[in-house]
Design a protein around this ligand. Structure first.
Ligand code: BGC
Length: 930
């Protein structure tokens, strides 16, 4: 076979060719790809130049790293000339392999945004309130009523064609921008959600191609978004202090002839009402196409009747009232920092056609997308001007075929489109999204054909990174349901659900699903950004919130009259940096969040001097939605105290390991000691000699085992008690959000893979496959969201798109397909392939695009012959655990593994024969009768 080696996937701060970053020491990564066994990198050289031409001419005016002898290919810190605002950085990397050959990548780039507050010359503008008063249909928003979305416009002249033009934009609210009639970006909901008390994102766009010599025009439309719209179950709008949306835009065009034209928002901009009568994430959007101002976003439009925009003050950093501390809440003197968005934008990533339509009553058409999604509907429709089409959205249908909307609580999820009557009109709402599978369309006499309706899937565009497939179609569907719940809920922040009036960054949900999320998609940038939301919302005492970004209701954490600090929720403040470090090898996320993490543990220690986490001022959701459920999160029960203490011990253990990585020996000792103290307290409080816990729940055993809280000699017995508990329930699970992510991994790792498979394959309630059998296309919030006997559960809390119980995805990749991190080495630089065939599956396999390249593992059984097909990416090594019967021979291809020079044999470990292999594809054959 010819060997093909390439260097691909050049990324800066995890992003492909990002525009407008504000990281002054950005990290570069690449992937060496080769089909040669043993291919690895021995050295690299990065060249960075201020233009593509310079780079191509070898004029590397920003950085020539020189040849660096190492196999590092990720998180290489830029170490060249200082990076300043607006700089373009074009780069490539040369990689030397183990044969001494070198290969150079194609060029890539990143550009710098506006790094200093004084780089912004634009002024914040808002609409003149009179535009509303002159327009009988337009409405002014109030704390509870939605308002009309204004249009802004600015015409300007460019004396020559621009060589390069960049547009920087942000809003308090969300914007949609046009330049000369063309959309500046298809990205949605910009700027995305941050803790607006602490920071606001801006976006940078290369608009060179959109500008012309002569007159140009910018048009901007402003919606409410998170800034002023309804958030969560809040009864009033304007969480961040104002109902008024505003806009900040700066366009910088460098002309061919050398001059620069700068166009900024100021009172010379014009404003007017537009077609959007109102829009809101929860409520929906009403769009009257007859009110479109044709040509408003192009040159030559007469805006003399429009009003001048008004200048408004920038926001200040705001200190919220924190729970039980005596801090001074209120506004500070500091301007709210504008920061570059550092994660993949929200986009429509795919569109789905309905699979069927049913006219349930004359003129009431129900479309079924066949898939529960987060997003919106795109229509293509002909009709008379003034025809009013209404779209309502729901996840499920009632038995009579009508929409089941009770579980949306106060989210109206209703969009209205009023036709202008000019041929085929294609429309989709811009400033709202819904969680739905079914659409009710009314307002037309005849149904729209299926090809005139599309479901637009709106999500943070994190790159897909994993696939799983087995011989069991229901298990495959379960895996797909978890992916769909990830798409439906990774929307700027990891939310709990996309449909009801909630959609919040619940931290417990995020942490239990995180490992699954990393297998499914590349979420490194997404969670790096979210950790900023988490630390922005940490309170003055060090308590992490339960939701990030925090809400302001009652000037308090999360509007639950709670104080954050929820066990298993707030702990995400430790678990997220830990996981991103482990999975991607990202050291910076622990460095940057170090102080915040230490403050959290300081607080835990101070609040719980005896080593048991009883602190009663906090919420404790326990093993949320376990069976039987204990929903009162304000009371403490022994199980809740156990859960909280277990998380504390684990936080400390993780901190000790991260401290060692950072070379913080003192901290490592401190957290080791803390872990030991809490572990001892845990045992004293709950462990009996026979390995039984006095709180005898599945989750109690799972946490004790997963977090290594038991003496070595009782682990086996504790695992047996866990199995006994499952057996007592006729081999069923009873865990909630917290226990579930540990259930199958711990059963497998303690020698009970057969029980894990049994739970996986159960089809009756409660089980993962019960919803699948009953038509679920996403993961449900509850095991009993709907049952044959009782129908829908109480609609007050019953989402059909919540990913937490989908955390079993991690086990499918890790233990069924067997793609697993090395216990000591991060980022799949060295990893394990350790599959546990079972459950009667004839085959199972997965692929995972790690930061080092594509890993694959697939096994197949025929009688007692097991074939394991593995791909190990270039520049990595793997420990392969081939399941095989004692005394039988393992072959690769047709050759006994002992005879293959690249394979180092380690011997047996239980049911496995263990090897270490370098990069390459390997097909192992063994005899495995278990
Ligand atoms: C949410 C969650 C969350 C929980 C906290 C629910 O309303 O949907 O998933 O973690 O509250 O108790």
């Amino acid at each position: 076979m010819d060997t093909i080696t390439t260097v691909a996937c050049l990324r800066c701060e995890y992003l492909l060719n990002p525009i407008g970053i504000d990281e002054t020491r950005p990290r570069l990564s690449w992937v060496m790809e080769s089909n040669r066994r043993g291919a690895r990198q021995t050295a690299w050289q990065v060249l960075v130049a201020s233009s593509r031409e310079r780079l191509e001419q070898g004029n590397t005016d920003l950085w020539d790293s020189g040849r660096v002898e190492t196999d590092q290919s990720t998180h290489v810190v830029y170490n060249g000339a200082p990076l300043v605002s607006r700089m373009a950085c074009h780069w490539c990397v040369t990689v030397w392999d183990e044969t001494g050959n070198s290969i150079t990548s194609e060029p890539a780039f990143w550009t710098m945004g506006l790094l200093k507050p004084h780089d912004w010359r634009a002024r914040w503008i808002s609409q003149d309130p009179d535009i509303i008063h002159r327009d009988p249909e337009a409405v002014e928003g109030t704390a509870t009523e939605l308002g009309t979305s204004p249009l802004f416009r600015k015409a300007f002249v460019l004396p020559a064609k621009p060589r390069h033009a960049t547009l920087y934009a942000t809003a308090r609210g969300i914007f949609d921008l046009k330049l000369n009639g063309q959309r500046v970006s298809e990205d949605r909901f910009m700027p995305e959600w941050t803790d607006y008390d602490k920071r606001l994102h801006y976006r940078t766009f290369d608009v060179t191609e959109l500008l012309v010599t002569g007159e140009n025009a910018i048009g901007a439309m402003l919606g409410d978004g998170w800034w002023s719209g309804f958030i969560g179950w809040q009864e009033t709008r304007g969480q961040y202090g104002t109902l008024k949306n505003s806009l900040l835009i700066q366009l910088e065009a460098e002309l061919e002839n050398g001059g620069t034209v700068i166009v900024v928002t100021d009172t010379s901009w014009r404003c007017e009402t537009g077609p959007i009568l109102y829009s809101d994430f929860m409520m929906g959007e009403t769009y009257d196409a007859r009110r479109e101002r044709t040509g408003w976003d192009k040159s030559g439009f007469d805006d003399s009747a429009w009003l001048a925009a008004v200048e408004v003050a920038p926001s200040k950093v705001h200190i919220p009232k924190f729970g039980f501390s005596n801090n001074q809440p209120g506004e500070t003197d500091e301007d709210l920092p504008l920061v570059a968005q550092r994660s993949e934008p929200i986009r429509v990533v795919e569109t789905l056609r309905p699979v069927s339509m049913n006219e349930i009553r004359p003129g009431v058409f129900i479309y079924d997308l066949g898939q529960n999604i987060a997003g919106c509907v795109r229509l293509a429709v002909n009709g008379q001007a003034g025809t009013r089409i209404q779209l309502r959205h729901a996840e499920r249908l009632n038995p009579d075929g009508t929409l089941y909307t009770e579980n949306l609580r106060r989210a109206k999820a209703t969009d209205v489109y009023i036709l202008k009557g000019e041929g085929e009109e294609v429309w989709e709402p811009r400033f709202t999204f819904h969680g739905f599978q079914y659409i009710e369309l009314t307002g037309l006499k005849a149904a729209l054909p299926l090809d005139k309706i599309a479901g637009c899937v709106v999500t943070s565009s994190t790159p897909p990174a994993g696939e799983f497939e087995s011989s069991h179609p229901l298990v495959n569907r379960l895996w797909r349901n978890a992916i769909w719940s990830q798409k439906g809920n990774f929307l700027s922040v990891p939310t709990d659900c996309p449909q009801r009036d909630e959609r919040l960054g619940w931290m417990g949900d995020a942490q239990v699903f995180l490992r699954t999320a990393t297998y499914n998609m590349d979420v490194a940038a997404f969670f790096t950004k979210w950790m900023t939301d988490v630390t922005d919302s940490q309170d003055v005492d060090g308590v992490f919130p339960d939701i990030a970004p925090r809400l302001r209701e009652g000037e308090n954490f999360v509007g639950l009259d709670g104080l954050g600090g929820g066990a298993g929720w707030a702990d995400a403040g430790i678990i997220v940096p830990w996981t991103i470090w482990r999975v991607y090898g990202d050291r910076r996320i622990i460095e940057r969040n170090w102080d915040a993490m230490v403050r959290w543990l300081d607080w835990l220690e101070k609040a719980n001097p005896e080593g048991i986490r009883r602190h009663a001022l906090n919420n404790n959701y326990g093993d949320w939605l376990c069976i039987p459920s204990d929903r009162d999160f304000r009371t403490q029960s022994p199980m809740k105290t156990l859960l909280a203490t277990a998380y504390w011990a684990d936080d400390a253990a993780k901190m000790a390991r991260m401290a060692r990585q950072l070379g913080r020996t003192g901290d490592a000792e401190r957290f080791n000691a803390m872990h030991e103290r809490v572990r001892v307290a845990f045992q004293k409080e709950w462990l009996r000699e026979d390995g039984r816990l006095t709180v005898d729940t599945q989750t109690a055993y799972l946490l004790a085992l997963a977090f290594n809280l038991l003496p070595e000699e009782v682990r086996g017995r504790a695992a047996d008690h866990l199995v006994e508990n499952i057996k007592k329930l006729d081999w069923h699970l009873s865990t909630g959000f917290i226990g579930i992510s540990h259930l199958n991994p711990i059963l497998t790792l303690t020698g009970h893979a057969d029980v894990a498979y049994c739970l996986l394959l159960n089809e009756d309630y409660p089980s993962w496959l019960y919803p699948v059998i009953h038509g679920a296309t996403t993961i449900w919030e509850r095991w009993n969201g709907w049952t044959k006997e009782d129908g829908f559960f109480n609609p007050l809390m019953n989402s059909f798109n919540h990913y937490s119980l989908g955390s079993v995805g991690e086990w499918l990749y890790r233990c069924v397909a067997g793609i697993e991190l090395d216990p000591e080495i991060n980022s799949f630089k060295q990893f394990q392939i350790k599959p546990y065939p079972g459950g009667g599956l004839a085959y199972a396999g997965a692929s995972h695009q790690s930061i080092h390249g594509m890993i694959q593992s697939r096994w197949q059984r025929q009688d007692t012959t097991l074939t394991l097909d593995v791909s190990v990416p270039a520049n990595t090594t793997a420990r392969i655990y081939v399941p095989s019967d004692e005394g039988t021979m393992v072959k690769e291809g047709n050759i006994p593994v002992e005879q293959i020079p690249q394979i180092s044999l380690f011997g047996r470990d239980g049911q496995f024969v263990v090897f270490k292999v370098p990069a390459g594809r390997y097909v192992f054959k063994s005899t495995f009768s278990k």
